[in-house]
Write a protein that binds this ligand. Structure first.
Ligand code: SDX
Length: 379
C-alpha cells in the first residue's frame, strides 16, 4: 500500500465519489443533483429538494404527495422519547438534546435491514419527520410546557414553526424558513457529512449515523457559527464599532465568525440568497439594527481579508433571519441540523451503495522500542 502525502484536515483530498451536490469555490456555485441552488431556492420546497437529494430525481406530483403524506404521518414521536427528553436539563444545549434523542430513535426502529429498500425509505421518512418535532419538543419542555402536537394541515416548515411557538406562522415567514432549510440541506463533504459517511460505512443503523453528524455539526467552526455570529454582532453593538473590531481581529489573527470557508474563496452563494431573505423579512416585519452592523462588517472584512479569499459564508446572514423569526439563538444550529438531515441521509444512502468501510492510514511520528518503567521509578 502506498502512503500518500498527509493533508491537514484532509484539505483537497477526495474522500468519495458522489453525484449528490457540487460546489465551485472559485465561482461561488452550488448545485444539488445538477440544479443550481438559486433555482431550487426560488422554485422548489425543502421536502421536494430532500426527495431530489436522496433519490436523485425530482419527484412526480404523485411521488411528492406520497412523500409528504408519509412525513406528515410520522411527525409524532413515541411517548418514551418524549419522557426521556423531559429528563434532559433545561440548561442543556439543544444540539446535545437532539443528538441524544436522534440516537434514541434507533432503540425503536433500528433493525438494520439495510438491504431492504422499504427500510431505507422508512428511515428517511422517520428522520426527516421526527427531527423537527424533537427540536420543538425540547424547546417547549425546557420552558415547562408539554410539547405541541404536530398539525397535519400545515406543511413541513409551517408545522415546525407552529410546534416551536404554539401559533400558526405568517405564510411569508414559513416560506422564508422553508427556503432557509433548502439552502442548508446539503454541501458536499463538509465535516458533519463526512462524519455521517464514516459512520454509515460501518453499516450501522441510520439513527446512529444522524447522531454522529449532529455531534459534529455542533462545533463553532462548523454549524455552530450562526449562533456565534449573533453574539459577535451583539458585542460589536454599533456600525461605528465595526472597523475597530475587524482591525483588532486581523491584528490578533482572531477568526471572525460567519466568514471564511474551506472551499468558497468568494462570497458563499447561500449567503447572497440569505441576505436577500433578511432584507425581505425586515421590509415586511420591521428593520433590525443588527442588519446594518452586519452589512458594514461584511464590507470591512472584504476590504481587509478579501485578498485572502475570506468572504461571508452561509452562517453570516442565517442567524439574522432566524433571530427575526423569533427563533432562540441556541436553536439556530438545531435548525441547521433539521435541514442537513436531508443531505446526511443522501450521503448515507450513497455510502451503502459504495459499501467500503473508511479506514485511512497515518504517518507515524512516535518512537519505537520503549521500555515499561515501573511507577515507583517514574519522576
Ligand atoms: C460551515 O465545509 C462546509 O461546506 C461547511 C458548511 C456547510 O454547509 O456544511 O459550509 C457550513 O461550516 C460554514 C463555516 C462556518 N464557520 C465559521 O464561520 C467559523 C469561522 N470560519 C473559520 O473558522 C474558517 O474560515 C473555516 C473553519 C470555515 C475554514 O477554515 P480553513 O479553510 O481551515 O482555513 P484556515 O483556518 O486554515 O485559515 C486560512 C487563513 C488563516 O490565515 P493565515 O494563517 O494563512 O494568515 O485564513 C484565515 C486564517 O487565520 N481565516 C480567517 C477566517 N477563516 C480563515 N481569518 C479571520 N476570520 C475567519 N473567519
Amino acid at each position: 500500500m502506498v502512503v500518500g502525502e498527509f493533508k491537514p484536515g484532509l484539505e483537497g483530498v477526495p474522500a468519495t465519489l458522489s453525484s449528490i451536490s457540487f460546489v465551485d469555490g472559485q465561482k461561488g456555485l452550488l448545485e444539488y443533483r445538477g440544479i443550481s441552488i438559486e433555482e431550487l431556492a426560488l422554485k422548489s420546497s425543502f421536502v421536494e429538494t430532500s426527495y431530489l437529494l436522496i433519490w436523485g430525481v425530482l419527484p412526480t406530483k404523485e411521488e411528492l404527495e406520497a412523500f409528504e403524506h408519509e412525513i406528515r404521518y410520522h411527525r409524532r414521536i413515541k411517548y418514551r422519547i418524549r419522557d426521556m427528553m423531559k429528563c434532559f436539563p433545561e440548561r442543556g444545549h439543544p444540539m446535545d438534546a437532539l443528538q441524544a434523542s436522534a440516537a434514541a430513535l434507533g432503540l425503536f426502529y433500528s433493525r438494520r435491514a439495510l438491504a431492504n429498500p422499504a427500510y431505507i425509505r422508512e428511515a428517511v421518512v422517520r428522520l426527516l419527520a421526527k427531527i423537527p418535532t424533537m427540536v420543538a419538543a425540547f424547546q417547549q419542555m425546557r420552558r415547562g410546557n408539554d410539547p405541541v402536537r404536530p398539525r397535519d394541515d400545515l406543511n413541513y416548515s409551517a408545522n415546525f414553526l407552529y410546534m416551536l411557538n404554539e401559533r400558526e406562522p405568517d405564510p411569508l415567514l414559513a416560506n422564508i424558513f422553508d427556503i432557509c432549510l433548502t439552502l442548508h440541506a446539503e454541501h458536499t463533504i463538509n465535516a458533519s457529512t463526512f462524519s455521517a459517511m464514516v459512520t454509515a460505512s460501518t453499516l450501522t443503523d441510520p439513527y446512529g449515523v444522524i447522531a454522529s453528524a449532529v455531534g459534529t455539526l455542533a462545533g463553532p467552526l462548523h454549524g455552530g457559527a450562526n449562533e456565534e455570529v449573533i453574539e459577535m454582532l451583539e458585542r460589536i453593538g454599533s456600525v461605528e464599532n465595526v472597523r475597530p473590531f475587524v482591525e483588532k481581529c486581523v491584528e490578533n489573527k482572531d477568526k471572525i465568525m460567519g466568514f471564511g470557508h474551506r472551499v468558497y474563496k468568494v462570497k458563499d452563494p447561500r449567503a447572497t440568497i440569505l441576505q436577500g431573505l433578511a432584507e425581505k423579512l425586515f421590509e415586511n416585519f420591521g428593520h433590525d439594527d443588527y442588519y446594518d452592523i452586519a452589512v458594514k462588517l461584511e464590507e470591512v472584512v472584504e476590504e481587509k481579508l478579501g485578498h485572502k479569499g475570506i468572504y461571508a459564508n452561509v452562517d453570516f446572514y442565517s442567524g439574522l433571519v432566524y433571530r427575526k423569526m423569533g427563533i432562540p439563538i441556541d436553536l439556530f444550529t438545531p435548525v441547521f441540523a433539521i435541514a442537513r438531515v436531508s443531505g446526511w441521509l443522501a450521503h448515507w444512502k450513497e455510502q451503502l451503495e459504495a459499501n467500503r468501510i473508511y479506514r485511512p492510514t497515518q504517518i507515524y511520528t512516535g518512537t519505537h522500542g520503549e521500555s515499561y518503567i515501573p511507577i515507583e521509578q517514574r519522576s
